[in-house]
Design a protein. Structure first.
Length: 445
């Protein structure tokens, strides 16, 4: 297989990636007005489509602002590459060594929010396309890059796209890991609602799909709370009347690799303030990341065990609420688990509210698409790793005959949704070359 990527492609791709990272495309709106998810996301969508036009593609910008796409080539079949431009919040800025929304290259890594998820892989796929075009080969199928704007929340962008636009024959999503992700767990996001409190208040966590890396409590009894946490061996700091519990933020799909600061804070705080929400977290969750105390063992051979993340907690005088993110093994229907969660919550006087549910993805390993992409990866890298499964949720499950394909390599350190998110330039270029071969084989052969 040829090496598709030149120094010019490398240089131009990094400049393009910086253009996207420098736009703080965090969701700041509710999807009911224009722009649906905030001005920054709309700006980022416009910038991505501008880059596509510079690469020789024709573009379409949804007038309502939910999505955009860029087309190239001719033929009956449509090959799609599904990307997203929104990012999660930066979180605790004190943990960042650089400005999360100003791309910086240090020691061969480009840092910035979205560099791994999903702006870096998006740019890698775009400049892979450009490399194939520059090689002079003819496209006998059309290729379409679809840009979503709501991936980190409710995927309303793809719902709008699917209502209005042509469906692809097949394609891939550069938003996971190599070699190929052929199965993805089901996603269930829910809220548990309870009573408020006049004794204390809380506002911790950033987003459903992030394990909270820190959680703060402010109050006149902060010293006592700090003492209880210390007795439990929980890492925390006390400054004036503020207790900060220090955990480790990771993506919800990898909750077992993180340390949930909200759960830890609750186990100490409940010893000072009796409250049903805190009791639920301390007694039914604790340090578990698989929901065992609520569901029992939920696990299958293909995709492993259930992942359970308490993403946020908010307590005011009138209401308390936690947000939960569950990644469910492909052989377990979410409908079988919801009654168990409702029952566990009801025992503490809490009510269940579903926020989002996305069914699992499964494309057989023996399919032409999975086999083609796997072979490309193996031939390009010499790594004979077989197709994998994931707890992450990608756009692949929004359309038929789609799989997630890179851009993480098996030994890539995942920094998605974490402080100091960065993408190795060497790995980005390697992914670009793999994507170029995939685009060539899918669109030009």
């Amino acid at each position: 297989m040829k090496n598709w990527i030149t120094e010019k492609h490398q240089k131009e791709s990094l400049a393009a990636l910086k253009r996207l990272i420098d736009i703080p495309s965090v969701n700041t709106a509710d999807g009911t007005s224009f722009p649906p998810f905030g001005k920054a996301i709309e700006e980022c969508l416009t910038e991505a489509l501008t880059i596509c036009e510079e690469l020789g593609m024709t573009t379409y910008h949804d007038p309502a602002g939910f999505y955009g796409y860029a087309d190239y080539g001719q033929g009956e079949e449509l090959i799609a590459v599904l990307c997203h431009l929104d990012v999660v919040p930066a979180g605790d800025l004190a943990l960042w060594e650089t400005d999360p929304f100003q791309a910086v290259v240090k020691e061969g890594v480009m840092y910035g929010r979205g560099s791994q998820d999903d702006k870096g892989p998006t740019i890698a796929a775009l400049y892979a396309f450009k490399a194939v075009v520059d090689s002079g080969v003819a496209f006998n199928k059309r290729i379409r890059f679809v840009f979503g704007t709501d991936e980190e929340t409710l995927w309303r962008c793809m719902a709008h796209y699917n209502l209005k636009e042509e469906q692809p024959t097949k394609g891939f999503v550069p938003d996971s890991a190599f070699p190929v992700t052929y199965a993805e767990k089901g996603l269930l996001q829910a809220k548990l609602i309870g009573p408020g409190s006049t004794a204390f208040a809380l506002a911790c966590g950033d987003a459903f799909n992030v394990v909270p890396g820190n959680a703060q409590y402010q109050g006149q009894d902060a010293q006592l709370v700090s003492q209880k946490l210390a007795e439990l061996g929980i890492s925390q700091t006390l400054t004036d009347q503020t207790v900060t519990v220090n955990g480790k933020a990771v993506h919800s799909s990898a909750a077992g690799q993180g340390v949930n600061a909200v759960n830890q804070l609750a186990t100490g705080l409940v010893q000072v303030h009796s409250h049903p929400m805190l009791q639920f977290l301390a007694e039914k969750v604790g340090t578990e990341t698989n929901g065992f105390s609520i569901f029992g063992e939920v696990k299958d051979e293909m995709t492993g065990e259930l992942t359970f993340n308490v993403a946020t907690i908010n307590v005011t005088e009138t209401k308390s609420e936690i947000e939960l993110d569950l990644r469910i093994p492909v052989s377990y229907p979410a409908a079988d688990l919801v009654p168990l969660l409702e029952k566990a919550a009801a025992a503490y006087g809490l009510t269940y509210e579903e926020f989002d549910h996305v069914p699992a993805l499964y494309v057989p390993k023996e399919s032409d698409l999975v086999q083609t992409l796997t072979t490309i990866y193996q031939n390009k890298t010499g790594d004979q790793t077989q197709p994998i499964t994931s707890g992450g949720a990608t756009y692949a499950r929004t359309m038929k005959n789609m799989v997630a394909f890179g851009a993480h390599f098996p030994d890539t350190k995942s920094l998605a949704h974490q402080a100091n998110e960065g993408i190795s330039i060497t790995e980005m270029v390697q992914a670009m070359d793999i994507y170029a071969e995939a685009i060539f084989q899918l669109c030009c052969n």
